[in-house]
Design a protein around this ligand. Structure first.
Ligand SMILES: Nc1ncnc2c1ncn2[C@@H]1O[C@H](COP(=O)(O)OP(=O)(O)OP(=O)(O)O)[C@@H](O)[C@H]1O
Length: 691
């Protein structure tokens, strides 16, 4: 709907007019900043004279002032980015935060406010009273460009520019995802502003903005109900650490830094798992069969457990042998207590068994005296500690690296081959991403260790934290521990890949939560989607489900996406194929390498070619075993990254070199191959090795 004008003086006049408004906004901001700093200082003076009971009010007061300063600093760049002119000639400017002048007249509307919605939602067929929409692009405080959409063709308003969206899409990539607050499209906006309750399910093909929409939705929810969503927290889960690093700046750039961002490998304790098991082992560890297997594992005899108990009482030796101890262990487990909560029962069971031994051979036995005397002996307590130790999930999972132990827990559940491969994967020194939900499951099944002091943030009573914690000691990510289970909202990205066990883990984090679930089935690497869907349904529990479907690919050039779509369609005819809107005239380059040893030269050549042709980043996507070779070959370069096909999920680069596409498909699937082919914004080079 935009028309270009050649009248530069008109453009300059319009830019100058916007600059005047932007100047007023910044002047007002300076005044507010000074006032907020004063209030913050005053709050601290007050703090010195602590009045019992006044701490809560003081904290809120200082917090709000400090928070305002922090927001203002974070949002300095491109603070004012939009304007809407109504049919009646009313002008509203849209920005990253809301601002009023000294007389309380609005200077700037927060982009999330209901009154700002028409900026994103108005179309020529449903104008919502808007005649013209304008996107304002700034560098610092300087307006550098404006772009108009005339929604009412009959309007006399001047129209400048040729598409803010196209300009945004053509910009070079930096390796960090940017916010899209100035160019959110109507179908994206509807998903962003959907109600929080129940589950919001966002689907769409590659590059349709699912991730960026989910992040803006988090910012929207925080705005719409800050008390609830900052209080109980928003959890954002993505597939890998690389991906979390890629998206981590988006929310802070929107002035929000309280959401907890975790990759699937980071959701248990202080473990940061990055290693991926091979696909068959991951499929075993991800399946719901693990529930029963792990429940059995918690009942195994701990390796190294003593095999007999001998204790002297009134001159007689009382003995429990291996079989008797095994039977006692089963008896204690059968009482149904979680193992770590059952130590007391285990001690009692031992004393009863010893009593039965003592009764026939010792006269004058008094039961209470017997159990008090024996039960408090240090040798008995030391035995109990070794026989019924408090277990950690890590220990129990490690037991299963012993094939015999695993076979005992897995009998009738896993095949011999599955048992062998799972046991051998657990001998590696670090835990894999698919071990993390197993640890989490075990933690639930083992139950709590004897009470430890929990830190206050686990209770989510935000009002009782001090301003020092809330504002000045804020870590770069939310302080909730990985086991926090009362999030108000959980956002799951790349949801098509989650295994049933991963869904169970997320279900435990979001027992009271609303959900935003983002995915594309055609990019899935999980072999049993039906089992996963059932686990997803169980995790998100009750409540309304609403679905949003994204139809436009904003990442890939039309040339690249048409090629990728044609490849995936051959094997996944029902893939959800969006429309790519940006044409570059540069078709993808598919090259056949005749001899394997020519691959070195071909990769070096392709990377140099991509670096020469695009301004921003270049991603080299190759099977994992090639990474060391590629790192040596290409050296370190802040524009070039080497990533595995699974790791490349959700990422994007200006140029992409796919090394040995067939190998990627063989090791994973055509769907993962499709992920690799849809990462490039400008240039795609595919290197095939002839076999
Ligand atoms: N409205 C928009 N304005 C500007 N850029 C946009 C818009 N929507 C999406 N983009 C850009 O398109 C690219 C793809 O978006 P995103 O990564 O969110 O897509 P996705 O659907 O999650 O992709 P995939 O499923 O392939 O990982 C990003 O660079 C994003 O910033």
């Amino acid at each position: 709907m935009s028309a270009e004008t050649t009248d530069e003086s008109l453009r300059d006049r319009e830019i100058a007019a916007e600059q005047r408004h932007v100047d007023v906004v910044y002047q007002r901001l300076d005044v507010l900043r000074a006032a907020a700093s004063d209030r913050e200082r005053a709050g601290y003076e007050h703090l010195k004279a602590t009045v019992p009971g006044a701490q809560f009010e003081r904290d809120v007061f200082v917090y709000n002032a400090a928070r305002r300063v922090a927001d203002i600093d974070a949002q300095h760049e491109g603070l004012v980015f939009g304007r809407i002119d109504s049919d009646e000639g009313r002008v509203r400017h849209i920005g990253r935060l809301g601002l009023r002048d000294a007389d309380f007249h609005p200077l700037l509307l927060d982009w999330r406010a209901p009154a700002a919605a028409p900026f994103y939602q108005a179309t020529p067929t449903d104008r919502q009273g808007i005649a013209r929409r304008r996107v304002i692009r700034s560098s610092g405080q300087q307006v550098v460009d404006i772009t108009d959409d005339l929604l009412d063709a009959a309007s006399e308003l001047p129209v400048i520019g040729d598409g803010a969206l196209m300009a945004a899409l053509s910009r070079k990539r930096t390796g960090r995802m940017r916010d899209i607050v100035a160019t959110i499209q109507a179908e994206q906006d509807a998903a962003i502003r959907a109600p929080a309750r129940g589950a919001t399910i966002i689907t769409g093909g590659p590059g349709t903005g699912k991730t960026v929409v989910a992040l803006h939705r988090a910012a929207y929810l925080l705005y719409a109900d800050r008390r609830r969503f900052e209080g109980a927290g928003i959890l954002i889960v993505g597939p890998s650490n690389v991906f979390m690093r890629y998206i981590e700046r988006v929310l802070p750039s929107l002035g929000e830094d309280t959401a907890a961002l975790y990759s699937l490998g980071e959701l248990f304790g202080d473990i940061t798992a990055t290693r991926q098991d091979d696909a068959t082992v991951a499929a075993v560890k991800g399946s719901t069969r693990m529930r029963k297997l792990l429940a059995r594992a918690t009942r195994l005899t701990p390796p190294g457990s003593p095999e007999q108990l001998s204790i002297v009482y009134k001159g007689e030796v009382l003995r429990l042998n291996k079989d008797e101890l095994t039977a006692l262990r089963t008896e204690v487990h059968n009482k149904g207590h979680k193992p770590n909560a059952a130590k007391l029962h285990a001690g009692r069971a031992l004393l009863v068994a010893l009593w039965r031994k003592a009764k026939p051979i010792i006269d004058d036995l008094v039961p209470a005296e017997f159990s008090r005397e024996l039960g408090s002996r240090s040798e008995f307590l030391a035995f109990l500690d070794r026989w019924w130790p408090t277990l950690t999930p890590q220990e129990v999972l490690r037991w299963l690296s012993d094939r015999a132990q695993l076979a005992e827990a897995a009998s009738g559940i896993l095949s011999r081959r599955e048992t062998t491969s799972m046991a051998s994967s657990l001998t590696l020194p670090d835990f894999s991403v698919s071990d993390v939900p197993l640890l989490d499951e075990l933690a639930g099944q083992l139950g709590s260790e004897p009470k430890r002091q929990r830190s206050s943030e686990h209770h989510g009573v935000r009002e009782l934290t001090t301003v020092q914690e809330r504002v000045y000691d804020r870590p770069s990510r939310a302080v909730r521990g990985a086991d926090y289970d009362a999030y108000a909202h959980v956002i799951v990205d790349e949801a098509q890949d989650l295994s049933p066990m991963q869904w169970r883990m997320l279900g435990r984090r979001g027992q009271l939560a609303g959900w935003t679930i983002v995915g594309d089935a055609a990019q899935s690497s999980w072999p049993d989607p039906a089992e996963s869907r059932r686990a997803q349904d169980a995790a998100i529990r009750r409540g309304p489900r609403r679905r949003f479907h994204m139809t436009t690919n904003y990442r890939n050039s039309a040339e690249i996406f048409e090629y990728a779509a044609s490849v995936v369609r051959r094997e996944v005819p029902d893939a959800d194929i969006p429309r790519a809107v940006r044409s570059t005239g540069v078709p993808p380059r598919v090259r056949e390498i005749g001899l394997v040893w020519e691959l070195d030269k071909a990769v070096q050549g392709a990377v140099a070619e991509a670096l020469g042709e695009v301004d921003g980043t270049v991603g080299v996507i190759a099977a994992r075993h090639r990474h060391e070779w590629l790192a040596d070959l290409l050296g370190v370069n802040d524009r070039v990254s080497v990533v595995g096909p699974l790791e490349s999920k959700g990422l994007e680069y200006d140029g992409v070199v796919v090394v040995d596409f067939d190998e990627i498909v063989r090791e994973h699937s055509i769907r993962v191959g499709y992920v690799a082919l849809t990462r490039a914004t400008q240039l795609l080079i595919q290197l095939d090795v002839q076999r």
